[in-house]
Design a protein around this ligand. Sequence first.
Ligand SMILES: Cc1cc2nc3c(=O)[nH]c(=O)nc-3n(C[C@H](O)[C@H](O)[C@H](O)COP(=O)(O)OP(=O)(O)OC[C@H]3O[C@@H](n4cnc5c(N)ncnc54)[C@H](O)[C@@H]3O)c2cc1C
Length: 500
Amino acid sequence: MSNEKKYDVVIIGSGIGGLLCGLILAKSRYSVCILEKHHQIGGNIQTFKRKGCTFTTGMHYVGSLEEGEILNKVFKYLGIIDKIKVRKLDEKCFEKIYIEDEEFNYAMGMDNFKAQLLEYFPEEKDAIEKYIKKIESIWKNIKLINLEEVTEADIFKLDSLTENAYDFIESLTDNKKLKALLVATNGLYAGVKEKTPMHIHAIINKFFINSAWKLDESEVLLADVIKNEIESYGGEVLTNKEVKKINCENGLAINAVTTNNEVFEARNFISDIHPAKTTELLEAGLLRKIYVNRIKNAENTISCFSLYIVLKKNSLKHINSNIYYSDSWNVWGTDTYDSKNWPKGYIFYTSPDKDNGEYAESATTITYMKYEEVEKWENTTIGKRGDDYLDYKKMKAEAFLKVIEKKIPDFRSHIDTYYTASPLTYRDYTGIPEGSMYGIIKDCNNPLDSFISHNTKVTNLFLTGQNINLHGILGVTMSAMISCSNLIDINKLIKEIKNV
Ligand SMILES: Cc1cc2nc3c(=O)[nH]c(=O)nc-3n(C[C@H](O)[C@H](O)[C@H](O)COP(=O)(O)OP(=O)(O)OC[C@H]3O[C@@H](n4cnc5c(N)ncnc54)[C@H](O)[C@@H]3O)c2cc1C
């Protein structure tokens, strides 16, 4: 069954990266069609409701949304800034950090952040200044983030591709507490001591230190806002369209075929799905074997286990900060656990009650979980995994709650109901292999192997999303701009965003 229309661009996957590509191109008058395999759009940014509470699944806060900051400018340019609802986190403490029995605040704004660190560690002025200077300089050197004109060579040129974050932070000082505090939010990039490049740590930390905002998706959804905007330019966003094949002729992609045999023709294709999955959509031989093997063998970041908790009415006070907990000063080690010491750390946040904002209506908490823990159920589907899987999740949830109660005594007494998500849940809702949190690991020891280009050997098929360059809202936004630069003038786009 062939769709009559031939689009300028067909985009596979409606994650935030696919949606942003769709909007940038639709705004530039390209006819676009986004094909999403699920009944709900958004991938990691999709939400769900239980007992009147809205839960975000993989995008709970964003950074740099203050007037004049990068995400604010991009969202303004795209016409979505006034349509989404956000809440600024506590400027004095947007991240509340618990390490062992000690407690610290991350203050918002680079000057405040620095002043707060100096208050905790007055004797560490040199180390703190060196750290701030480093992350500022990494950020400053990325032209795209600073909306500066780029050439093809420096479109996403990064300093310190091979510089290791752990080594740099180790070189600052012998003070184990300061070093741990600087990387206490490393769950944001699933930091691995031996691998995480310094620039990943720097970009993500600075992005949130600039300003940090909670997405309030109780009434409007970010994904729907972008979809509506795409449609206002004549674009289409279609659900229940799982692409099973991209057909090519003479080295060019000509159409995408869905599992119900609908054919979508286009002049160009952008894939927002995991690159390993994209290679499976193409006939063997179209891509070099060495490239396919590299992508298929690339290691993915660890997965996670989440508790989505509906709280009793007016029971637990809401806190306008994220809580990050680590049970030891070795904050790099929370991903290496066994059944006896899991979980070694987590992120926890609450959402205010709609009727009484002093109290929380729900809480969400996320910790690492290795895929191998749930591997034995990998051939099952959502809702049909069997009682032993449910028992396993319950056992893990109870172990998790026990650790949370170390910081929030009697937390269980506030709970009305809770729901759980395992690596299989993430895998099945996003299509990401092994439910990996952020896709392909960026490895400073092997930068060329872990950095995936936007271009493919099929010259009108481009890649986008979190696996290209960087994950998270900033990463996929930059990635979308670069993917679209194959079709539109990137410097014109940068100028328009800058002058918005
Ligand atoms: C628990 C968790 C918390 C996070 N918190 C934050 C946060 O607070 N802030 C932040 O900035 N980032 C956060 N992230 C990271 C962020 O959510 C992701 O980096 C980002 O959403 C990835 O977007 P993407 O465009 O790469 O695509 P994805 O979200 O991976 O979406 C891909 C889409 O493609 C669809 N698809 C797959 N295969 C096919 C096919 N064959 N045909 C059609 N469609 C297909 C999928 O269904 C999915 O909708 C978090 C991630 C996780 C896991």
